[in-house]
Design a protein around this ligand. Structure first.
Ligand code: F6P
Length: 331
């Protein structure tokens, strides 16, 4: 049932940018305007929310945006917002602009901030939209930006394979994903890599040894191993594994490529544009149904509402079958 109330929204993009964020801001803006609601775009994520960087968005503000990578609203990682004083400042700015609703497009850290803000200020309706290349939010099959990043990685690995094969080398290719291995595991499957080293599947030197001996048994002359970046504050990453192989198996010619931030840029894929459009539209429908303090997500191709508390608290598991798929198909 539709809520008979006109809302004023503040929308931010927060944390690491992700391809498709602009398409999502466009979808939120136009879906809200369609209902006769008002939308403020807030620049620089929570930093802008605390410092009043509000600008009203009209339909034409989001023209020619669906295909653009990055986020035109800009983004930031804010430590100040995580404090009670930061919440207070943001709340004051919301009230000063007559905004009763906050929409946050971002990843785990950003939606954790949204959850905490909603707890401190129940007068504000908060909706989260999963936007991160990491695909690490619980309760949604996909996050905005993941598909594009995955395709970018596969494109790079295809190129690296040409030179790996020509020189008979082992390449350790490091991809992003912070504490989640979705990018590594699925890019390894999609690029036909020999192995993936991901945080969910605790890999130590023995597993590395196993991979090397298996590789020899298969008498492959070149190998691609996709490695998740090191967990925050932990050991790991492509350099770490490459160094171990160099020490323990000096017969191999080893190289490292760290793909870095090129994974986050570029034009969003068609899938990400559609996902961003669906989730942006769903956020407004959810509000109209009286929902609040939820993340809109996608499960089995259907829109779902996940309490913000659940979306950020639980680790999203990696399907163990993906690990078997890679290990069987790389024999
Ligand atoms: O959260 C998205 C992400 O790209 C992670 O995969 C990565 O660890 C992190 O952001 C890098 O952040 P920054 O661009 O702030 O260095």
């Amino acid at each position: 049932m539709s809520e008979d109330r006109k809302r004023t929204l503040a929308i931010i993009t927060s944390g690491g940018d992700a391809p498709g964020m602009n398409a999502c801001v466009r979808a939120v803006t136009r879906s809200a305007i369609f209902k006769g609601w008002k939308v403020f775009g807030v620049y620089r994520g929570y930093e802008g929310l605390m410092n009043g960087l509000f600008e009203e968005l009209i339909s034409s503000s989001v023209s020619n945006m669906i295909q653009r990578g990055g986020t035109f609203l800009k983004t930031a990682r804010s430590e100040e917002f995580m404090t009670p004083e930061g919440h207070q400042k943001a709340h004051e700015q919301m009230l000063a602009h007559g905004a009763d609703t906050l929409i946050v497009i971002g990843g785990n850290g950003s939606l954790t901030g949204a959850r905490d803000f909603a707890k401190d200020f129940p007068d504000i309706a908060v909706i989260g939209i999963p936007g991160t290349i990491d695909n690490d939010l619980y309760g949604t099959d996909l996050t905005i930006g993941y598909d594009t990043a995955l395709n970018t990685i596969v494109d790079c690995v295809d190129k690296i394979r040409d030179t790996a094969t020509s020189h008979d080398r082992i390449f350790f290719i490091e991809v992003m994903g912070r504490d989640a291995g979705f990018l590594a595991q699925n890019s390894a499957i999609a690029s036909g890599a020999e192995a993936a080293i991901i945080p969910e599947d605790q890999t130590d030197v023995d597993q590395l040894a196993q991979f090397i001996s298996r590789g020899m048994r298969k008498s492959k002359n070149s190998s691609i191993v996709i490695v998740s970046e090191a967990k925050s504050g932990g050991n790991g990453g492509a350099m770490y594994y490459a160094d171990r192989v160099r020490k323990e198996y000096p017969q191999y010619d080893v190289r490292v490529t760290i793909l870095g931030h090129l994974q986050r840029g570029g034009t969003p894929s068609a899938s990400d544009r559609i996902l961003a459009s669906r989730l942006g539209y769903a956020a407004i429908e959810a509000l109209d149904e009286g929902q609040r303090n939820i993340m809109v997500g996608i499960d089995d191709d259907k829109i779902v509402y996940v309490p913000l508390t659940r979306a950020v608290k639980q680790d999203k598991p990696i399907d163990k079958e993906l690990i078997s798929v890679l290990s069987v198909l790389s024999i």
